[in-house]
Design a protein around this ligand. Structure first.
Ligand code: SF4
Ligand code: SF4
Ligand code: FES
Length: 234
């Protein structure tokens, strides 16, 4: 079975080339890449750790869609490439620094938590966003980055939603204040992020809900003039 890998080396000319490799049948993409490295080309570079969909380090694109290499079963003629909108360091290894910086810029962390007793349902609700493995798949799938590299993006915004919904957080407005510029109103609600998330997180819906929270605090969608509250009562 053959697959193609888009390879990148900053000091080669041209820096990007596409190479075709023969790999065994019925293997995951991570197993295929390991086979190439062990038996065909030792210079092929990719990252992984857990091999079981937990660490998020093996995210890459197959035929234009983000996958975890350790979970994806390779198909004939697949084209493998690194994540987009983050700099590629070598071959399939991306520098996720810019993606991770969105967490800080959007204040996706607790600001002022008070002691409030949580019920089991509250804990289950908050767990969903906390399951994010920071794989950056949603970041890579987001079309907004083609036109606005300052966009806060899906995984930062979905984590902000987690804190805005946390009964213990006392500074909900401060969270919202941090995500109105290059944030919730810039999302096109295309749903790519939700589709590619290996953890079943739904950033698109969370952003929609954050728009309602922003309306509660007096913000309006600058692209629409006014915005409804999606039936939420505040
Ligand atoms: S729904 Fe919004 S955040 Fe998610 S990929 Fe589309 S534009 Fe980006
Ligand atoms: S929200 Fe999902 S796709 Fe995005 S970084 Fe977290 S686990 Fe990956
Ligand atoms: S190696 Fe950890 S998620 Fe794939």
């Amino acid at each position: 079975m053959k697959i193609k890998v888009r390879r990148y080396h900053p000091h080669f000319a041209p820096p990007t080339i596409e190479m075709e490799y023969d790999i065994p049948q019925d293997v995951t993409l991570l197993q295929a890449l390991s086979h190439i490295k062990r038996h065909i080309d030792r210079t092929l570079t990719f990252s992984f750790m857990c091999r079981s969909g937990v660490c998020g380090s093996c995210a890459m694109r197959v035929n234009g869609k983000e996958v975890l290499a350790c979970e994806y079963k390779v198909q004939e003629n697949d084209i493998i490439e690194p994540l987009q909108f983050t700099p590629t360091l070598r071959d399939l290894v991306s520098d996720k620094k810019s993606a991770l910086e969105t967490l800080e810029r959007s204040k996706a962390y607790p600001l002022n938590m008070e002691e409030v007793e949580l019920e089991q349902a509250d804990i289950a609700f908050l767990q969903r966003q906390s399951d994010c493995i920071l794989c950056s798949s949603c970041y890579s799938s987001c079309p907004v980055y083609e036109v606005n590299e300052a966009f806060l993006g899906p995984f930062a915004l979905t984590r902000v939603y987690r804190y805005v919904c946390d009964k213990r957080e006392q500074k909900k407005k401060e969270h919202i204040d941090a995500i109105v510029e290059n944030g919730i109103w810039d999302c096109t609600l295309c749903g790519n992020c939700t589709e590619v998330c290996p953890q079943g997180i739904d950033p698109k819906n969370d952003i929609l809900m954050l728009q309602s929270w922003a309306a509660k605090f007096g913000y309006t969608n600058p692209h629409m003039g006014s915005f409804g509250s999606f039936g939420l009562e505040f």
